[in-house]
Design a protein around this ligand. Structure first.
Ligand code: GLU
Length: 315
């Protein structure tokens, strides 16, 4: 009895120190860029001892992450800026048309996500129009990639029914299908150097297919988030030419219900930490506090607002 009381007393004393907020950050496939970035964020947050236990979960991508934030399954996630906008507005893509998700908030813009269209060399795919009649991985279920694939095909007058097969699998399986010769091409919207594209380049003869900004721009009133972006030669093994494509931006999102203190402290533990940029080359090259809160497609989280105000990057 006495021991039990002592134990309870000890527990009561330890109480405040044990108070922890659990945060799960939805990312993407293990061979994408979201996953290593979200894992790195979670590590810096845990190391900072701010009363937050963070972990990263591998998911289908942007659409899944936003839906899971809405349902309370995830507290945070990474997602494309275009998809976040469509979700918040309840428009423009089948996943969110007429079904607005108002509970997502912005923490910050991270880095550009480039539309990669990767074709097996010799499959006769030199332009997007050549995808007609081909077996194409359009992205995973719940991915932002799938939405971009549909829009880009649309910009070239194609729909999914013009493909021989429109395959929805995650990037790991896309790679396996390409290696087995069961897919001719795959779409992947993600940071430069993504391991799925890197591995395809190392194990297969591949070609990156150009996406003309001019074409996509014709749809710009409907999809205003695309920017022209060149994939430099040499980024992927064996691809020495520069490939014009388009890009959107990756964002860190939080549920409206996560407290302002938690978001603020997580940002201090990451953005203020010199190690943040070494999580991934895309952060090293592109992340900038001055642009992290610029042109946001959805409202800032109050904790993020406090953080940026203190830094003087918003007024
Ligand atoms: N942007 C991609 C998507 O939402 C995921 C990118 C990644 O995993 O790095 O489908």
């Amino acid at each position: 009895m006495r021991r039990r009381l002592l134990f309870l007393a000890a527990l009561a004393l330890a109480g405040p120190a044990l108070a922890q907020t659990f945060i799960t950050i939805g990312s993407g496939s293990t061979t994408g860029v979201y996953f290593p970035v979200a894992t790195g964020i979670a590590r810096l947050v845990n190391d900072a001892n701010i009363g937050v236990r963070a972990n990263a979960r591998s998911t289908g991508g942007s659409v899944f992450n936003i839906n899971a934030i809405a349902s309370g399954e995830l507290q945070m996630g990474l997602a494309q800026n275009d998809i976040a906008y469509y979700a918040y507005q309840g428009c423009c893509i089948p996943a969110f048309d007429g079904r607005a998700v108002r509970s997502i908030r912005a923490v910050g813009i991270l880095y550009p996500e480039v539309v990669h269209v990767v074709a097996r060399a010799g499959a006769g795919i030199n332009t997007i129009a050549d995808l007609r009649g081909k077996r194409v991985v359009i992205g995973d279920v719940g991915s932002g990639t799938e939405q971009n694939a549909r829009q880009i095909l649309e910009a070239y007058g194609l729909s999914l029914s013009d493909l021989r097969e429109a395959i929805r699998v995650n990037p790991n399986n896309a790679l396996a299908l390409m290696q087995d010769g069961r897919a001719d091409a795959f779409f992947f919207t993600g940071g430069l150097g993504a391991s799925v594209v890197g591995q395809a380049a190392q194990t297969l003869r591949i070609q990156l297919v150009e996406v003309e900004y001019r074409r996509v721009q014709e749809l710009a009133r409907k999809y205003p988030f695309y920017r022209a972006f060149n994939i430099d030669g040499g980024v992927y093994r064996g691809v020495d030419v520069t490939t014009p494509s388009v890009a959107v931006l990756s964002m860190w999102l939080a549920a409206e219900g996560v407290s302002a203190d938690v978001v603020y402290n997580m940002m201090k533990a990451t953005f203020d930490n010199p190690e943040f940029k070494s999580i991934h080359p895309n952060l090293q090259r592109f992340f900038n506090l001055n642009t992290a809160a610029r042109n946001l497609p959805i409202p800032l989280h109050p904790g993020a607002e406090r953080y940026y105000r203190e830094k003087g990057v918003i007024r």
